[in-house]
Design a binder for this molecule. Structure first.
Ligand code: ATP
Ligand code: MG
Length: 405
């Protein structure tokens, strides 16, 4: 097991943000502190637009890297060592650092954030390169090296590293505003949530259930999914909404082929009311074009014509397999595939409409008292706060850290 006392992380896209850069870096720092707090964390600093984490005692690198891979805005995660202040210090640290490695070729890359250092980056790369050749006999390849030996020259010392673990990319949580995600118990909506969080959006969640027609135990699964998502942003809210009375009215009064579309309209109407309560006035769904009858362009359009807030559908163009790949990577897949009884999986007609229109749905709703159905549902809402601080037992291992357990 590789133990470390320092980790350096690079940040993603943040350099593009000009004036906001400081704020972005600060958000990332806060989030790194949040996920590492109980792990002998000593301090988090920001040399040269990077994030430098120092632990008060050695910690397993893989555990720290897994946690840091939940912090959006981080591009890569490296176990680094402060080897001293002079070129000679670096040279004496090389044998231990390169031990056990056997690359087909290598290059040295140097980053000099301390411009007062007596050697330029190019001089340092050349000097260290020839030291490595003398030490190991490895072949130099500056264009496609198998291994890169990195050196950061910072004011508080020289940092050396060779391993690089992929971060999640994206933008720091909170930098992209707020939205409310309609969370079912399935595979898709947690992935939609993850994708929006990745762009810096903070989310609260709404779930519709048909208790007592469905098992109250199925609500546990949705809470578990919200807990998994909370790892990526910290605390969030989850509203549980009773949909059964509305479904019964729709079944009794409206054409069977439009049922699912009408359920969805009510979900949107209620979600946007909750979204305004959460001060997160945009909706997110896990819909993907053509996946089921309710997700044709015509039906999505007919359903959303009653929406008063924007609806984001980050999965609209993705294949199921692509969605599943992300679900595995972010850790929701195993929970999503547990059996559950979705509120839409009963009272569903055999031949649902595939091409509805706003007008057709408006007409089908004429016999319903929409406002009082919404008020009744809102009166039965239960809102819970979900928080899931580290440690987490089952978070995925990021790419590049697989061999470290
Ligand atoms: P998922 O895998 O997320 O359940 P799905 O492929 O089963 O999605 P639908 O059941 O048609 O698709 O739902 C489409 C979207 O509508 C979901 O991704 C989710 O955003 C929202 N939705 C569906 N059912 C519910 C529910 N019970 N509570 C909250 N949102 C829901
Ligand atoms: Mg579903």
């Amino acid at each position: 097991m590789e133990m470390v006392t320092k980790i350096l992380a690079t940040t993603n896209e943040v350099s593009l943000k000009g004036r906001n850069r400081k704020w972005f870096e600060q958000k990332i720092t806060e989030n790194v502190r949040r996920v590492l707090a109980d792990l002998q964390l000593e301090r988090v600093e920001r040399p040269a637009w990077r994030v430098l984490v120092t632990f008060s005692a050695p910690v397993p690198f893989q555990e720290a890297a897994r946690r840091m891979a939940t912090v959006f805005g981080i591009a890569s995660i490296m176990p680094v060592e402060n080897v001293g202040h002079t070129t000679d210090d670096v040279i004496s640290a090389l044998p231990q650092r390169l031990e056990g490695l056997n690359p087909s070729s290598f290059a040295v890359r140097c980053l000099r954030s301390d411009k007062t250092f007596p050697k330029t980056s190019i001089e340092l790369e050349r000097d260290l390169g020839s030291e490595v050749v003398a030490l190991t006999g490895w072949k130099v390849d500056l264009t496609h090296p198998d291994l890169t030996v990195h050196l950061l020259v910072d004011r508080d010392g020289l940092y050396l590293w060779t391993r690089r673990v992929a971060g999640p990319g994206g933008l720091p949580s909170g930098s992209g505003g707020k939205a409310t995600c309609m969370l079912s118990g399935g595979i898709d909506s947690p992935v939609a949530a993850y994708q929006m969080m990745k762009r810096g959006v903070r989310l609260d969640f709404v779930h519709f259930h048909s208790v007592p027609r469905t098992d109250p135990a199925s609500l546990e699964k949705v809470v578990d999914l919200a807990r998994i998502l909370a790892r990526y942003q910290g605390r969030c809210r989850l509203a549980m909404v009773p949909l059964l009375p509305i479904q019964e009215q729709i079944v009794a009064n409206c054409p069977a082929r439009l049922r699912v579309l009408l359920y969805r309209r009510f979900m949107i109407r209620i979600s946007q009311r909750l979204a305004s309560r959460f001060k997160a006035p945009a909706l997110v769904t896990g819909e993907s074009l053509g996946q089921v009858a309710s997700q044709t362009i015509e039906n999505l359009t007919a359903v959303e014509s009653i929406a008063r807030v924007p609806i984001f559908r980050p999965l609209i163009s993705l294949d199921k397999q692509e969605i599943i790949n992300t679900a595995r990577r972010m850790g929701s897949f195993e929970t999503s595939i547990l059996p559950h009884f979705d509120c839409c999986s009963f009272l569903v007609p055999e031949r649902p409409a595939t091409r509805s229109t706003p007008r057709e749905l408006d007409k089908a709703e004429e016999s319903l008292d929409i406002d009082s159905l919404i008020s009744e549902a809102l009166a039965g809402v239960e809102i819970m706060t979900i928080d899931e601080p580290a440690p987490w037992s089952d978070i995925p291992i990021p790419h590049g850290a697989e061999d470290l357990s």
